[in-house]
Design a protein around this ligand. Structure first.
Ligand SMILES: *Cc1c(COP(=O)(O)O)cnc(C)c1O
Length: 429
């Protein structure tokens, strides 16, 4: 990307043209702030990169950031939705995502979720990505019971490729719970003629998240291409689409992930006009993090500096319940003071922690932080737009942050800060 949409200007960190300090003052902290221009730049980079394909759809992975305003905005630009639950299906519905752009992945879809997918907008979603044989049988049963025509399905292929990412977000290895291996696919194909409730229309893969090399992706696309040809021969019918999943990584620190342009070039090489498929297959992608990750920050206030001889603790009002990634994966988020003066001057080794009663509630250890940064100052945890708010919880009975979407010099609240009454809704005394 050319430049961040979160930059210093006149001594203060901004989201586009809006001072983060203004938003913090008006709306309180912790606060998630997103940049519409950041989403737009990345989404349109995909559109441009996929132009050589005859029919491509960018199915935004809702789980990375499922705020309704974000999903609706992407939908208006032409995005579809990649879902992993019935809850996300309801979000896609509210955001107005058309049925032919919705795909449903996940290893544990239940009967109600499958029925909701079949009934979606009266037409049913574009595809259930089948992850096991018992799931295939269940989709068939539910579809026959509903009697609304055949449910469109794809088989999610697990190509046994090491995505070389964190084990918790690697999904394309034999030992992972995701997808079907070659033998299971063969078995599914033998079953298909007897399953009158489903129609096999595509194949999908998703080998992992935060991938910083094209190599495993290229290998996965090739494996998938071969598998498609094998299947088409066997069922004597052409498939409609391939879904290449998501997983493109972003820069949190010093990673050097492939550009969207180079990623799309790889997709075009594998399935475009000059590939063996000559662009006859519709291509679906499921990007999440690459669209939302660097499009958001978490703004927080320093509550205290706990001064120790060797190492200080900077205690923020944001905690692991608001941004879970560091506690869950040990992942890195850059800390940026909102007043530029604190980016200069003497630093001291500091642990940046939250208020939650867990030692794992730590956003960063041994960071060099300006000693001038103290109680009352504001900071931004960068790259927090993906798997931030969507993974947040109420642990320690903490109300979750508000969310704001900035566009140029305008901004609007896209989710209210939670109130205590939201936390106890549904509970009984
Ligand atoms: C999580 C997920 C995605 C999105 O992954 P990113 O790394 O955020 O791009 C796409 N497809 C499936 C099936 C997923 O589970």
């Amino acid at each position: 990307m050319k430049r961040s949409h979160f930059q210093f200007s006149r001594g203060e960190l901004h989201a586009e043209k809006v001072r983060l300090s203004t938003l913090a003052k008006r709306l309180g902290t912790p606060l998630y702030v997103y940049s519409e221009a950041a989403f737009k730049e990345r989404f349109y980079a995909f559109k441009k990169g996929l132009r050589p394909l005859r029919h491509a759809t960018i199915c935004y992975a809702l789980k990375s950031n499922s705020n309704l305003s974000i999903v609706k905005m992407l939908g208006e630009w032409g995005a579809g939705a990649d879902l992993v639950s019935g809850g996300e299906l309801e979000r896609a519905r509210l955001a107005g995502i058309p049925a032919d752009r919705v795909v449903f992945s996940g290893v544990g879809k239940n009967r109600d979720e499958i029925a909701a997918g079949i009934l979606y907008q009266n037409r049913g979603i574009a595809s259930f990505h089948v992850e096991s044989l018992p799931e295939l049988l269940l989709i068939d049963r539910v579809a026959r019971a509903l009697n609304r025509g055949k449910a469109r399905i794809a088989l999610r292929y697990n190509p046994n490729i090491d995505a070389k990412t964190h084990p918790y977000i690697s999904t394309g290895l034999k030992k992972n719970k995701f997808g079907l291996n070659s033998e299971e696919i063969s078995e599914a194909l033998s079953l298909l003629p007897s399953l009158t409730g489903v129609s096999l229309v595509g194949m999908s893969i998703h080998i992992g998240s935060q991938l910083t090399s094209l190599r495993p992706l290229r290998a996965a696309f090739q494996h998938l291409g071969r598998e498609v040809l094998r299947i088409e021969k066997r069922i004597k019918k052409n498939l409609d689409f391939v879904d290449l999943g998501g997983g493109l990584g972003i820069q949190y620190r010093d990673e050097n992930p492939p550009s969207i342009q180079n990623y799309c070039a790889e997709v075009v090489r594998a399935f475009g006009p000059d590939s063996p498929f000559r662009s006859r297959l519709r291509v679906l992608l499921e990007p999440g993090r690459i669209l939302s990750g660097n499009s958001g920050v978490l703004v927080s206030e320093v509550l205290f500096r706990k001064v120790r001889a060797k190492k200080d603790f900077l205690i923020l009002d944001a905690g692991m319940n608001d941004l879970m990634r560091p506690a869950l994966y040990g992942s890195y988020h850059a800390l940026e003071p909102i007043q530029e003066v604190h980016t200069r001057g003497r630093t001291k080794k500091t642990d940046i922690v939250g208020p939650v009663c867990e030692s794992g509630d730590c956003f960063g250890s041994d960071r060099p932080v300006a000693i001038s940064l103290a109680a009352g100052d504001l900071v931004a945890l960068k790259s927090a737009g993906a798997y931030g708010m969507s993974m947040s919880s109420n642990y320690n009975s903490r109300a979750r942050p508000a969310e704001v979407l900035v566009s140029g010099s305008r901004w609007r609240v896209i989710r209210d800060r939670e109130q205590f009454k939201d936390l106890v809704r549904g509970e009984h005394l």
